[in-house]
Write a protein that binds this ligand. Structure first.
Ligand SMILES: [Zn+2]
Ligand SMILES: [Zn+2]
Ligand SMILES: [Zn+2]
Length: 990
């Protein structure tokens, strides 16, 4: 197949500067040619005179020239207004090129023939060269053409870009047969249409044929000539009209054109009405977006259909989870004996909320329903054994359409859904869904309310309130379904920030080392932020999972956990057989025979202190803790495959192929008790018996396969926060190690017991030092798979010991507690810096060849002022800097609010390109550290902050772009008065 050739017509825009000399232009051309390796000038010479009679500049781009944003500027214009206009005009060329020529291609930039040599084949020679190159290299070719060259280019197979379907009314002024034929071919070349969805009727542009020249005679009726063009006339004949001005030339200007004016106005009105009926009359913002996105398709196909509905949903994909959510709702409603009409209406309002976020175009509800939701509904009914779902789908559609009619700017789809939730909840508050969010039915529940209604993060944002005193935390004070009072604060990861991860190794009583290290970290932070507040995700194996659970669920500080650990260890490691106390080696033998030396009852009783009675893995979180994720790592005894119990579901679950098994409960029976999951994770072979979990299998200590869970933690991050790609900070904490130099001690132990030299024991020791059991080895191995720049965001905390105590050697706990634990300064600085993140406050502005970016540095944790104080200690003379070392201002010189503690530092900086990777750092005399979310490009920020969501956002937020920044006291709330004199610093509200 021949590569595509496309012609882009434009009305002939030129930006030339009158003040520039001829030689200046020549020099610029020479400079452009020499500085661009893709530029190829070819010339045609008259062999008789030796004169150049024509030339062309072809560009052969073997790679995508627009992979990096072009920053061409009309620098030949004097700066100021004139250059801005010239730049804007240049943009008219460049922006579309960046959209549909962003691939390797051949491009004809300039082509001309001396006027006296025209019509003698010069142009053909110039064309032949480029077309041949394109065919040799199998590249698509493009020309930005004006009217003059059209004939030549189409002869060489260039097909015109069809940008016409977006025109409402088009007038062709025809002054004879030749022009009539030309009009016909133009119309034939553009058979593209826009439509609301693939099967809906398209709207066409309306054509007015204006016959102008008084002397022109047409042998056949001009209308008949055009009627042969399919698509202009049929099926709506009235799309073509003729205005004959031939007999009116003796009239004055306005009178001459009066019929045309009337016709144009009529046609415009008709076109608007028609588009309105079809749901295809767009606002300017929507139109601009759709036009831009439809260009590539229009360019590449003669009869392209632009599916506007599809394009509008580009950033709002309909979740596949709807079919599960609807199915779960059907199953539950049957057990509740809820009438089917109630269910139709309940489903319809959930779909309406998904279909029409604020900012969405008012597509016709029947089009929207049939395109996006009909199949999902039918599938749900099929899943519950009703093969014919179409009747039900029709019923839901009529509710959907009825609710659509109630939509207005004040009565949004969310308000309609909320009304519906209240109405439904009054009678059917017992409705709970096993996995889906009951409020939107289209996403997995990530949290649970005490009334056992599962809710997703998006619904928390939509239905909750902004929490006081902290960014990106949401309060839910009332269940939107049953109206019960709640105390749920969900911590969310800011879209432009990445998660902080804590990965805790396993190691029995050596968990004391983990806690010692964490306590050292906590002490260095001096109360600015407590340990449980630091991570967004905690992953733990064995004793690490117990420590993690204690932190996430009980908010236990490291200091407190350190105090309690010795007793805890004592309780856990109560030998099951008293004999083994007397003869330890006998205990060893019993281990091998009986699969566990210790009483698992004691373990279970102890674990119960950590997690309250009856709490399940996926369950209601205690107040203030929701949103902090926990992953407990265990392993299957059959093949040792790691098994992860997450206390969340994750956005991407179900669609990923993992090296481990994730337990995602589908109902109460598969939702194990938290203490059972912990018991699996801690069931070290030979110490505790393995654990059977209903519908999951027999499980044991995760340390068998993944004693260091940092690899799993990184994978889980990508499941929970797919758009974050990676983490801001990963802290992997070990349980002590013996430095390799001390290998000699092995021989000292040699003579201890002859039994210890027997094969099972040697195997046991070898196994203990393999990567699966030895956290240090596993960490090193895991790091091999991490790309280099990311390694700076990973810290390993561990502590060298003279000898490694056994996992169950309770006597050693007290010694371990006394070890001098220290943490590196860089880690302390990284923990503090990653509390902060950056967001753009507006779109970047082009000035003088650069982009000016304005944004804010904000704090994602509670009590920013306290954290800031600590930052000023750890980063003496702290300031903000870009990665290139530009000063962005002092850290404490912010624009926040001293009354409520809101922190906001407004920063501005320049970037050369939107794709330039940048960082914002805290810099002090002690060192520097990037804040959360960096390095990143400005384009990434624009994407993450959804600056391009012209059709609305799935969370229905309308104050997010450009962001409206507010201090923590919402408007209308009376601010707290200080009894003492208010802080001396200026008070400002933002
Ligand atoms: Zn939801
Ligand atoms: Zn509820
Ligand atoms: Zn304030």
């Amino acid at each position: 197949m021949q590569p595509q050739k496309s012609l882009l017509s434009h009305p002939g825009l030129f930006t030339y500067c009158p003040r520039r000399s001829h030689s200046g232009c020549r020099q610029a051309q020479i400079h452009w040619h020499r500085s661009d390796p893709s530029s190829q000038w070819i010339k045609v010479i008259d062999v008789e005179s030796g004169k150049i009679v024509g030339a062309a500049c072809w560009h052969i781009y073997e790679t995508n020239p627009y992979s990096v944003t072009s920053d061409e500027e009309c620098n030949w214009w004097p700066t100021g207004e004139a250059r801005n206009i010239a730049n804007a005009l240049m943009g008219q060329f460049l922006v579309p090129r960046m959209t549909y020529m962003n691939k390797p291609h051949v491009f004809l930039d300039i082509c001309f023939t001396h006027p006296t040599y025209r019509r003698r084949g010069v142009g053909n020679m110039l064309m032949e060269w480029g077309v041949q190159k394109a065919e040799e290299k199998n590249l698509e070719s493009y020309i930005d053409a004006t009217e003059i060259g059209r004939e030549l280019y189409s002869k060489w197979g260039f097909v015109e870009g069809r940008q016409r379907p977006w025109m409402h009314v088009v007038c062709f002024f025809v002054d004879g047969l030749a022009e009539l034929e030309r009009t016909k071919s133009l119309l034939e070349a553009s058979q593209s249409h826009i439509q609301a969805r693939a099967s809906s009727a398209p709207v066409r542009m309306r054509v007015i044929l204006v016959l102008t020249r008084p002397t022109a005679v047409y042998e056949t009726d001009p209308v008949e000539v055009l009627r042969t063009v399919r698509g202009v006339t049929s099926p709506d004949q009235e799309a073509l009209s003729v205005i004959d001005l031939r007999g009116r030339h003796q009239l004055s200007g306005p009178a001459l054109f009066a019929p045309l004016q009337r016709q144009v106005l009529d046609e415009l009105q008709l076109s608007r009405t028609k588009r309105l009926q079809q749901g295809l009359l767009f606002s300017a913002a929507h139109q601009a977006f759709l036009w831009h996105r439809s260009l590539p398709g229009l360019l590449h196909s003669a009869a392209h259909r632009v599916d506007c509905l599809l394009l509008s949903r580009e950033r709002l994909p309909v979740s596949g989870a709807f079919s599960e959510g609807l199915t779960e709702l059907l199953v539950q409603s049957r057990t509740l004996k809820c009438p089917i009409q109630e269910i139709y209406s309940f489903m319809a309002s959930a779909l309406l909320m998904d279909a029409y976020p604020p900012g969405m175009h008012q597509f016709r509800p029947d089009h929207v329903f049939d395109t996006l939701y009909r199949d999902l509904c039918a599938r749900a009914w099929r899943a519950v054994g009703d093969p014919d779902g179409s009747g039900h789908s029709d019923a839901i559609r009529s509710y959907f359409a009825e609710q659509f009619r109630r939509l207005s700017p004040v009565h949004t789809s969310r308000a309609i859904r909320q009304d519906e939730l209240i109405r439904f909840g009054r009678q059917w508050s017992a409705l709970t869904l096993p996995t889906a969010c009951v409020f939107c039915l289209g996403r997995w529940a990530e949290h649970q309310t005490p009334c056992r209604h599962g809710i997703c993060d998006t619904c928390v944002t939509m239905l909750g309130q902004r929490a006081r005193g902290v960014e990106y935390h949401r309060d839910l004070a009332q269940c939107p379904l049953c109206q019960g009072a709640l105390q749920l604060t969900v911590r969310q990861l800011p879209p432009a920030k990445r998660p902080v991860v804590l990965a805790l190794d396993g190691g029995g009583i050596r968990g004391m080392v983990t806690l010692g290290l964490l306590r050292a970290l906590e002490q260095r932070l001096a109360g600015a932020i407590t340990l449980p507040e630091i991570p967004d995700l905690t992953a733990g194996t064995s004793v690490g999972s117990v420590i993690g659970t204690d932190q996430v669920y009980n908010n236990t500080s490291a200091a407190e956990a350190c105090r309690r650990f010795p007793d805890l260890a004592q309780c856990i490691f109560q030998p099951a057989y008293s004999l083994s106390r007397i003869w330890p080696w006998l205990g060893c033998v019993l281990n091998l025979v009986r699969d566990g030396a210790y009483d698992s009852g004691a373990l279970e009783r102890t674990l119960q202190q950590v997690c309250q009675q009856g709490r399940r893995v996926f369950d209601v979180m205690p107040p203030l803790a929701a949103g902090r994720r926990l992953a407990i790592v265990a392993s299957r005894i059959s093949d040792g495959r790691p098994v992860v119990f997450p206390n969340y579901r994750g956005v991407r679950h179900g669609s990923v192929d993992l090296a481990y098994q994730r337990i995602v409960p589908h109902g109460e029976s598969q939702n194990p008790l938290l203490r059972k999951a912990l018991k699996c994770s801690t069931a070290a072979p030979g110490i505790f018996p393995s654990q059977y979990l209903f519908e999951i299998g027999v499980l044991q200590d995760g340390g068998v396969r993944a004693n260091n869970p940092h690899g799993i933690a990184q994978e889980e991050c990508r499941i929970i926060w797919p758009s974050a790609q990676t983490h801001d900070l990963l802290i992997s904490v070990g349980t002590g190690y013996v430095p390799p130099a001390e290998e000699g001690t092995d021989s000292a132990q040699h003579g201890c017991s002859s039994l210890q030299d027997k094969a099972p024991f040697r195997l046991w020791r070898a196994y203990n030092s393999s990567p699966c059991m030895d956290g240090v080895e596993a960490f090193k191995e895991g790091l091999n798979h991490v790309v280099h720049p990311l390694r700076a965001h990973i810290f390993r905390l561990d502590h060298a010991l003279a000898d490694l105590p056994r996992l169950n050697d309770v006597m050693r706990v007290a010694d371990l507690a006394k070890e001098p634990y220290i943490v590196p300064d860089e880690l302390v600085r990284a923990v503090l810096a990653t509390c902060f993140f950056f967001e753009l406050d507006e779109g970047p502005m082009r000035t003088q060849g650069q982009y000016l970016c304005r944004g804010s540095v904000l704090c994602a944790r509670r009590e920013p002022r306290r954290i800031l104080e600590r930052v000023l200690v750890e980063f003496p003379v702290a300031e903000l800097q870009t990665g290139r070392g530009e000063h962005l201002g002092r850290l404490d010189d912010d624009d926040g609010c001293m009354v409520c503690g809101y922190y906001r530092k407004v920063v501005r900086f320049y970037v050369a390109s939107l794709d330039e990777e940048i960082s914002i750092m805290f810099k002090g005399s002690s060192g520097q550290q990037p804040i959360g979310g960096f390095p990143a490009t400005v384009r990434q920020f624009l994407h993450l902050q959804q600056s391009d969501a012209v059709f609305g956002r799935s969370d229905h937020q309308i104050d997010q772009w450009p962001p409206q920044r507010m201090c923590y006291y919402p408007r209308g709330v009376k601010r707290v008065r200080f009894a003492e004199p208010a802080p001396s610093r200026k008070k400002r509200r933002v």
